[in-house]
Design a protein. Sequence first.
Lengths: 288, 410
Amino acid sequence: MTIDRRKFFKSIAITSMSIIGVRASGAPKAETDEHDSEFYGILYDSSICIGCQACEKACAKAHGLPEPTDKPEKGILRKTSENQRCVINSYETSQGEVYVRNQCMHCDEPACAAACLTQAMYKTKEGPVIWRENKCMGCRYCMISCPFDVPKFEYGSTNPKIQKCDMCYDRIIEGKKPVCVETCGDALFFGTRQELLTEARRRITEIPELYLDSIYGKEVAGGTGYLYLAPVTPDELGFDKRIQDSSYPALTKSFLYSVPSVFILVPTLLLGIHEATKSKKTKDENYD
Amino acid sequence: MTSPILPISKATRNQSSWQFLMSELKPRGKWLTPFNLISIPIILAGVVLIIIRFTQGLESVSNVNQEIPWGLWKGFNVVTGVAFAGGAYVLTFIVYILKVDKFHSIVRVTVLNGFLAYLFYAGALVLDLGKPWNIFNPIIGNSFGASSVLFLVAWHFLLYIVAQLIEFSPAIAEWLGSRRAHKLLSGLTLGAVIFGITLSTLHQSGLGALFLMASQKIHPLWSNEFIPILFLVSSVFAGLSMVIFEGSISQRVFFQKISPKNHEARNNLVQSLSKICAFSMFAYLAMQFLVFIHGQHWNLLNTPMGYWFLLEMLGFVLLPMALFFYASRTSNILLSRIAAIITILGIILNRLNVSIIAFRWDAATHYIPSWMEVVVSVSIILIQIWIFRWVISRMPVLSESPRWAQHTKP
């Protein structure tokens, strides 16, 4: 399905580009190389997480950000920011205190990457959604589009960056695990999305009293690279109920579909009306 | 037909083109007018703030935050401003495609207005960009985010600015007295018009489509899958209301520029424009109503956001629509102008609602623009008016074309 979408976008790009008069080879490349099932992701197990913040600290150190000083506390919502790519929050739930980690979800079909007009936000074939500084204009449309409000902007800087988790992409291409996974005991588990789903199901089957029988991230926003296991429903853990289960880029599909047809139909129609309303008199008319 | 492309007109035959340009750049008439006295300090303050913004970051001037990343410069100058520039594509459609000649006298000024508006909204956009030096990435190079609605809007902005420049260029050729250029450029008008209308339908709706992926972040009364169509339809009466409003001011300020014949015709034009506004507003209201029924949001009406929505729909669409109808039936020009002003306020309200006010209406921290953002926004509009005035008093925009140009055949 994803591949269909990509093919579609590519064909749209080629069509509209050639109409605009730009070489069609400028259309997005990279995207058809690999298929989604090989996307890497991370399984987060909130039934095991003890909220020790070791991953937060490792993340800050690895990305040159200040070490977080506040601790997860019930009733206080900590948010990711331009200085913090991941946070652990604590929630009082029907099953007692549960910790939840928040960071970029690395969607299979990311809204931010579909929104980005320069491909600065980019879904790599390995799975991480990364941000590429040399392409970004700083328009912040990714922030408007992301349903999880993940990308954070350095408003105080004259050369601002977008800060968000990149799943330690540079480590992944070297064959290493993201720093958070390496720091954590069992609450973070790294692997391909298939492996994560298998592992999640294994945990649910082996210790059913610890888990709700559902994996958050399997469907939400069209599927995400981060998967969550928890003893309670996502609502109790601060996840926005309004986030839809289907893909976000699909919401703009029909609009983008209509562009090539508008480009063919409207000028034809206008020229037709112009010719039809032409009279001998208008030959002397002044077009200015 | 032997005159060169570059300027040599009867008045300037003795001067070099450089001297001609320098003399045209000098202000005309007295410059200590109330408008100048108010606008100069604001523009200077705006320039200072823009310098601060680029030396200390967006945060130093703007109140935009992590949850509401688009503020006044995008929501007002870009999203709202583009709707007001819609008059250009509607009028070029009426004049060049339908060939309704009576609107010919106001088409140039509207295109000029549209052109300057787009140029300055692109300017506002640059201020808001975090890395404006990368602005050419979506235009050149290998960074085409072709799956992005914003990519589409950016390209259409750029192309439409060019199309409008071509539409307006015969006036520049007349100003420079260049007959050959005039002939050549006039020949391009129809193509530019057809291309321009197509681009307009796409990017007027595209600005609405920008918010499709953010639909859950916008209050349900304003967010729906039909935003693109609603934006497109409302740009018709937004643009024409701006034409009526701008015309009522130009008619006074540039009284001498307009020929007596056109002065008389103008009242009739306002009446016709009112009629188009009224009908397009009726269509818009009907669509809003269908969308509302379709969304099944009756329960939301009895909330503060619901009252706000009703105020927008009844006070700023239904009311001016009724006024436009009544004004066009009774040929009441004053009433048309009042209706146009209410409509303009209504469009500002609508676009700000979608892009700022109802966006993350449930967020803990709300966005309220800082005074500095407001000053910069206003400065941009004032600079635009300055340039508009400069062009009007020099080029044949409101005034008649020189005799030689009137007989040029396309």
